[in-house]
Design a protein around this ligand. Structure first.
Ligand SMILES: [Zn+2]
Length: 305
């Protein structure tokens, strides 16, 4: 058990990427979060993983997506190799649960997704419509989304902070995806915040049982004591079984990463919500075989005497 009382810790939003993409990510976040001046641009994915492990993460959902067509296969293969390397480390360490991505300008996005979820055995799909400059409803992506749905693996999609990105709100697109792919579990990263008022979520969570929320970054701007703090606590209280959280490391809202873990622990109104937010909901989104044994066992129910 970790000191805050949660049995486990899954960081469901981390970016383990190639050196070039890590460097450009760090340069980008420094403009918004000055803490990252302390993190060298030369930081490697191995070091990023070591940071979250040292802060207590037992499982890391890693997200790495292409910026343009033609890059996806290379990125997915790199990501799969990295997860394999992490799993084979002597002495263990956090499990890396790597997500695939795809781009509508790829030659055959459906085939890219099939390879990623098949041979490469990646854990699901991630899309970032703003940074990838794509429309998630682009018909060219339909075969990839259908492949994810058939595989039973989730889609994590960036939503929210539209004004910051200077791009249109994604609410309609996210709900249309949930409607169109009812068996695809869709994780709305950043809760469409602040475009969608937090108080509107219960209605959508009831309507779309396949919709999940990733509180990454939102906890930094809507935590206890902020104007939206109470609405977020209320939402977490009732809907924690649909909530995951992550750090967005090495492009998060604070550095070092344990600052963000502390924030997540402080944001939960009850013990049950803490277990859900810190690991239980995330664990339920992926196959048991991707999880450490003890964690998978605890997922089945409270530990017996
Ligand atoms: Zn992210």
């Amino acid at each position: 058990m970790t000191p805050d009382g949660a049995a486990h810790l899954i960081d469901a939003h981390v970016h383990l990427m190639t050196p070039e993409r890590t460097a450009s990510g760090i340069r980008w976040i420094r403009r918004v979060v000055p803490d990252y001046q302390a993190l060298p641009e030369t930081t490697t994915a191995v070091e990023v993983l070591a940071h979250v492990e040292a802060a207590g993460a037992e499982v890391v959902f890693s997200l790495f997506y292409p910026l343009r067509g033609g890059e996806s296969r290379r990125i997915n293969r790199w990501h799969s190799r990295f997860a394999g390397w992490a799993a084979r480390r002597p002495g263990g360490g956090a499990k890396v649960v790597a997500f695939a991505s795809v781009h509508p300008d790829d030659d055959d996005p459906g085939r890219v997704a099939e390879e990623a979820l098949g041979t490469l055995d990646l854990a699901g799909l991630k899309l970032h419509p703003y940074v990838q400059r794509l429309d998630p409803l682009d018909p060219r992506l339909s075969p990839a989304l259908a492949a994810a749905q058939e595989s039973g693996r989730p889609l994590i999609i960036h939503t929210g902070f539209a004004a910051f990105y200077g791009q249109p709100d994604l609410a309609a697109a996210v709900f249309a995806l949930a409607e169109r792919y009812p068996r695809l579990r869709i994780v709305a990263a950043h809760l469409l915040y602040p475009e969608l008022p937090l108080g509107a979520w219960p209605r959508y969570l009831e309507r779309y049982p396949n919709l999940y929320l990733d509180a990454t970054n939102v906890l930094s701007v809507a935590g206890p004591g902020t104007p939206d703090g109470e609405s977020l606590a209320r939402l977490l209280d009732v809907w924690s079984h649909r909530f995951v959280f992550g750090s967005d490391h090495p492009m998060g809202m604070a550095y070092p990463v344990d600052k963000l873990y502390t924030l997540a622990r402080a944001a939960v109104p009850t013990d049950r919500a803490r277990e859900d937010l810190l690991w239980r909901t995330a664990a339920g989104l992926v196959e048991r075989r991707r999880l450490p044994e003890a964690l998978a066992r605890d997922l089945e129910g409270p530990a017996g005497p």
